[in-house]
Design a protein around this ligand. Structure first.
Ligand SMILES: Cc1cc2nc3c(=O)[nH]c(=O)nc-3n(C[C@H](O)[C@H](O)[C@H](O)COP(=O)(O)OP(=O)(O)OC[C@H]3O[C@@H](n4cnc5c(N)ncnc54)[C@H](O)[C@@H]3O)c2cc1C
Length: 382
C-alpha cells in the first residue's frame, strides 16, 4: 500500500484550493501529498460568486465584478451601492486550470484518478479505499460526501439552495452590467422561498438563475418555465441559451465537524463549510484552507480544527424559521434589506460582525417566528 503524509480526496473547490496552498508553502515541500478524484475537472461546471471588500486573492481569475446590487420584493425594492464591497464572479474552468498549473509543477504532489469508496481511521493514520487500491495517509482531507447521516437525522432541518441557470445572449443591448440582481422575489412563490438571481456579464449576456431555498427539488421544466416567464416579464425576447447550470447545495446546521477524527478532516461542503443560511461556500473555503495550512504547522489532532461560533447558532435559528415557514422568506429578507445596510449584512454573513452589528441584523427581521424558534431550541436543545 502506498503511504503519504497527506491525502486530499476530491479535487473540487476545497480540495484543489488546499492542494494549491500546500504547493505554494515551503512548509509542505518535504511532505508527500496525494490528490484523488474520479475526474480531473477542468470545465465550467460551477459559477462561483461572492462579495469582497476591496481587492482579493482571486482578482486575476475574476470573470466579472459588480459595484451595485439589486434587491426586489413586493414590500421593498432597491438598487444598492455596495461600496466598498463588490460582488464578484469566477467561472470554474479558469480557476481549476490556474490552480492545477501551480500544483502540477510540484513533484511531491501527485494526482491519481480514482473513485473513493471509504475512509477508515486507525490509531496513527487513516486509509482511503478506492477502486484503484488502498492508500495510507497520516492525514486525510476529505471533500467527498461519503457519510450521509445528516440526511437521516431530524434535529437540524435541511433545506436546499437549488437552481437552474441559463446563460443567455441577447440580440440587443438590454442589461445594466454594473448591477447584479442578488434576489428578486417578485415572482410566484408557490409556498416556497423563491427568487431570481441575475448576473449580467455584458450588456448582451447574463446568467438568469431561478433559485429556491426549500426542501424539495423541482422538475427541470419548473425551473426553466420560471426563467422563461421572468424573461418575458422583463421584455427580453430575442435571446439564445448558450449554457445551462444546475445545482443543489445543502443548507443545514448539522454538525458535520463531529465526523472529523484525529487523522481525517472533512472539508468543503462535506465538512460543513457551506454557510447554512445562504449556501455560499467559496469564500469560506478560501479562508478555511488558509487557516488550515497554518493549523497544520503546529497541530496534530484534526478534531481541533473546527469550532462552533455564535454564527452557527444564528444560522440554526434562521433555518428553523425558513424550514417551518418557507413561504415567509420574501418578507424576512425584505425586512432585513430595508432596515440594514448591505455592508452590515455582508459583514454578518462573513461572520465578521460585532455584537452590536449582530443586534442590528437580529432586530431587522420579524421577531415572532425567531422568538418561537429560540424558545424551541432552549427547550429541546441545540
Ligand atoms: C452549480 C453550483 C454553483 C455554485 N455557486 C456558488 C457560488 O456562487 N458561491 C458559493 O460560495 N458557492 C457556490 N456553490 C457551492 C460551493 O461553492 C460549491 O459546491 C463548491 O464546489 C464546493 O466545493 P467542494 O470542494 O466541497 O465540492 P466539489 O467542488 O463538488 O468537489 C468535490 C470533488 O469530489 C469529487 N468526487 C465526488 N465523489 C467522488 C468519489 N466517490 N471518488 C472520487 N472523487 C469524487 C468530485 O469529482 C469533485 O471534484 C455552488 C455549487 C454549485 C453546485
Amino acid at each position: 500500500m502506498e503511504q503519504y503524509d497527506y491525502i486530499i480526496t476530491g479535487a473540487g473547490a476545497s480540495g484543489l484550493m488546499l492542494a494549491y496552498r500546500m504547493a505554494q508553502d515551503s512548509f509542505f515541500n518535504d511532505k508527500t501529498i496525494l490528490i484523488l478524484d474520479k475526474n480531473q475537472n477542468l470545465t465550467n461546471n460551477r459559477t462561483w460568486c461572492f462579495w469582497e471588500n476591496g481587492m482579493g486573492e482571486w482578482e486575476h481569475l475574476l470573470n466579472k465584478t459588480w459595484p451595485k446590487i439589486y434587491f426586489g420584493s413586493e414590500d421593498y425594492s432597491q438598487v444598492i451601492d455596495a461600496n466598498p464591497y463588490h460582488y464578484k464572479m469566477i467561472r470554474s474552468a479558469k480557476f481549476y486550470q490556474a490552480l492545477w498549473k501551480i500544483i502540477d509543477k510540484k513533484e511531491h504532489i501527485k494526482f491519481l484518478k480514482a473513485s473513493v469508496n471509504s475512509i477508515v481511521e486507525h490509531d496513527n493514520q487513516a486509509e482511503v479505499i478506492t477502486d484503484k487500491g488502498t492508500f495510507i495517509g497520516t492525514k486525510i482531507f476529505n471533500s467527498i460526501v461519503l457519510n450521509r447521516d445528516y440526511l437521516y437525522q431530524k434535529k437540524y432541518p435541511i433545506l436546499q439552495q437549488h437552481f437552474i441557470g441559463w446563460f443567455i445572449k441577447t440580440d440587443n443591448e438590454v442589461f445594466d452590467d454594473e448591477m447584479a440582481t442578488f434576489m428578486d422575489f417578485e415572482i410566484p412563490q408557490n409556498g416556497n422561498t423563491a427568487f431570481m438571481y441575475v448576473l449580467p456579464t455584458s450588456k448582451t449576456e447574463a446568467l438568469f438563475e431561478y433559485t429556491l431555498f426549500s426542501e424539495k427539488l423541482l422538475t427541470n421544466d419548473a425551473y426553466e418555465n420560471a426563467i422563461i416567464d421572468y424573461l418575458n416579464k422583463k421584455g427580453i425576447k430575442n435571446y439564445t441559451v448558450e449554457e445551462i447550470e444546475r445545482g443543489a447545495i445543502p443548507m443545514t446546521s448539522y454538525k458535520f465537524h463531529k465526523q472529523n477524527t484525529r487523522h481525517v478532516l472533512n472539508i468543503g461542503t462535506a465538512g460543513g463549510w457551506t454557510k447554512a443560511s445562504t449556501g455560499y461556500t467559496f469564500m469560506n473555503t478560501t479562508k478555511k484552507t488558509r487557516r488550515l495550512t497554518e493549523f497544520l504547522k503546529t497541530e496534530n489532532d484534526l478534531q481541533k480544527f473546527s469550532k462552533l461560533t455564535k454564527f452557527w447558532f444564528y444560522d440554526l435559528l434562521l433555518l428553523d424559521v425558513l424550514a417551518k415557514y418557507n413561504e415567509d422568506g420574501p418578507k424576512l429578507f425584505a425586512s432585513l434589506f430595508r432596515k440594514t445596510k448591505i455592508q452590515t449584512i455582508f459583514k454578518f454573513l462573513d461572520e465578521e460582525s460585532t455584537f452590536v452589528e449582530d443586534l442590528r441584523i437580529v432586530t431587522a427581521v420579524p421577531p415572532i417566528r425567531f422568538v418561537k424558534a429560540l424558545l424551541k431550541r432552549m427547550i429541546y436543545g441545540v
